[in-house]
Design a binder for this molecule. Structure first.
Ligand code: ZN
Length: 437
């Protein structure tokens, strides 16, 4: 059994913080240690206590004065869009048709998909993200490349072959039968292999016929434990067109409800422009609205009312994500910085404790995976990020006046990016040295 001791300042959340002074919501050790055994956290606490539990001569890595947190979790990305980021478009539908769909066509080629998968995981590691949820392209080859690379690196990943059978170029279309059969094949090949989780992935209602939505429903009934991911209510033109395609539905949300796609493991990208009725439906189903702030700003989609959705009488579960490549940064720090600004524009406050909760435990709970990832609890997988709040001259200067943990977190969120990530651990293994320059 391989044992290792990792020393540093530890921060892990126990529940969602209620305010900036809610110190009961997290555990913080100013000189803490994690005892790692076979990729899992065996013990956590102050250094002296944990050291006493370790074998003599144990390998020790000292990250002081840096902060050690559970690895970041990104709940909505598009693996085939690494070469779409920073494409100049007026809005969502123009961006999809002009840049994204042509690019995704290339993922029919296994070699291309494998090359991009290598870069994709390198970027996650570089940014301290240890779990992500991604859309692959419509081609099974893309899902194969995505999950093979996750398996190689021992990472806990969620993903799915996209189902889409209309309103896209021919090279990106399956059929209801193909979408069903190939999703089943991806499940058979990858689900439960290593730390892989396959998600049922109808892209969104615009690109799926009613026949394909029925196929997605059949998969959801056959595999009730799987995640389901799709997009909902991102921009007004999209909403109008979607409702035209499904005239029998009460609204956009009702389309997914009618096909049995709303449940506790359903992740709905964006969900910006919801009516009260739709928010009630999501709340009752326990489905998760996934906020992608850099993408929403980049595409001009709208301001996601995160705080008001969370404090409704029927609250909506919320997660946060980059939405690469509509999003403009792989960094969850940059993402929460933009989330903060969106709430500012709505007259709301998002405090840094909440932000760091959301990036870690909050997103793990949104994925129903908090028993494995998102905390530093003993028995969970040792996926960690080590953060330096003074990696640049400007941050170093500002750190001189920082006195409290929330202040340090807010500086990391406001000015930090991949330069603040000192190390990323996956199942107890240091990963940064293994990635390409
Ligand atoms: Zn998306």
């Amino acid at each position: 059994m391989t044992q290792m001791l990792i020393r540093g300042r530890l921060l892990s959340f126990k529940r969602a913080p209620l305010s900036l002074t809610d110190s009961e919501s997290y555990a913080y050790e100013s000189d803490g240690a994690l005892l790692i055994e076979s990729g899992k956290i065996a013990a956590v606490g102050d250094y002296a206590t944990v050291k006493a539990k370790a074998a003599d001569g144990i390998e020790e890595i000292d990250h002081r004065p840096h902060l050690i947190l559970p690895g970041f979790i990104d709940t909505h990305m598009h693996f085939p869009q690494m070469q779409v980021i920073a494409s100049y478009a007026a809005n969502l539908l123009e961006w999809l048709n002009t840049y994204t769909f042509p690019e995704e066509c290339r993922f029919v080629e296994g070699d291309h998909a494998a090359r991009i998968a290598t870069h994709f995981y390198d970027e996650l590691i570089r940014h301290g993200t240890t779990t992500a949820v991604a859309y692959c392209s419509v081609h099974k080859t893309s899902a194969d490349a995505y999950f093979a690379e996750a398996l190689k690196r021992g990472m806990c990943m969620v993903g799915g072959k996209v189902m889409m059978d209309r309103n896209a170029p021919q090279g990106l279309l399956d059929t209801p039968e193909m979408g069903y059969d190939e999703t089943r094949a991806v499940i058979a090949d990858w689900h439960g292999k290593g730390r892989n989780h396959v998600a049922i992935t109808p892209r969104f209602a615009i690109t799926s016929t009613p026949g394909q939505m029925k196929a997605a429903q059949a998969l959801a009934e056959e595999f009730p434990d799987l995640h389901i991911q799709t997009h909902l209510s991102e921009n007004h033109e999209e909403i109008r067109y979607t409702c035209e395609l499904y005239p029998e539905a009460k609204d956009y949300t009702d389309i997914y409800a009618r096909y049995g796609l709303l449940g506790k493991k359903t992740l709905l990208g964006h969900a910006i422009h919801l009516s009260e009725r739709e928010a009630d439906v999501l709340s009752e189903a326990g489905a998760v609205a996934v906020h992608c702030p850099t993408s929403n700003l980049f595409l001009g989609s709208g301001l996601f009312p995160m705080k008001s959705l969370m404090r409704r009488e029927k609250p909506v579960r919320v997660a946060v994500a980059t939405d690469i490549g509509g999003g403009s940064s792989y960094s969850m720090l940059r993402t929460l910085d933009e989330a903060y600004k969106i709430q500012q524009l709505l007259g709301e406050r998002l405090n840094p404790l909440e932000s760091f909760y959301l990036m870690t435990r909050g997103n793990a709970e949104a994925l129903s995976l908090a028993d494995r990832i998102g905390t530093l609890e003993p028995g969970t997988d040792a996926d960690l990020v080590v953060l330096d709040a003074a990696p640049t001259p400007a941050m170093k200067l500002r750190m001189e006046t920082v006195k409290t943990l929330p202040e340090e977190l807010f500086l990391l969120q406001t000015m930090g990016d991949d330069r603040a990530v000192v190390e990323t651990y996956v199942a107890g293994q240091t990963m940064k040295a293994r990635i390409a320059g």
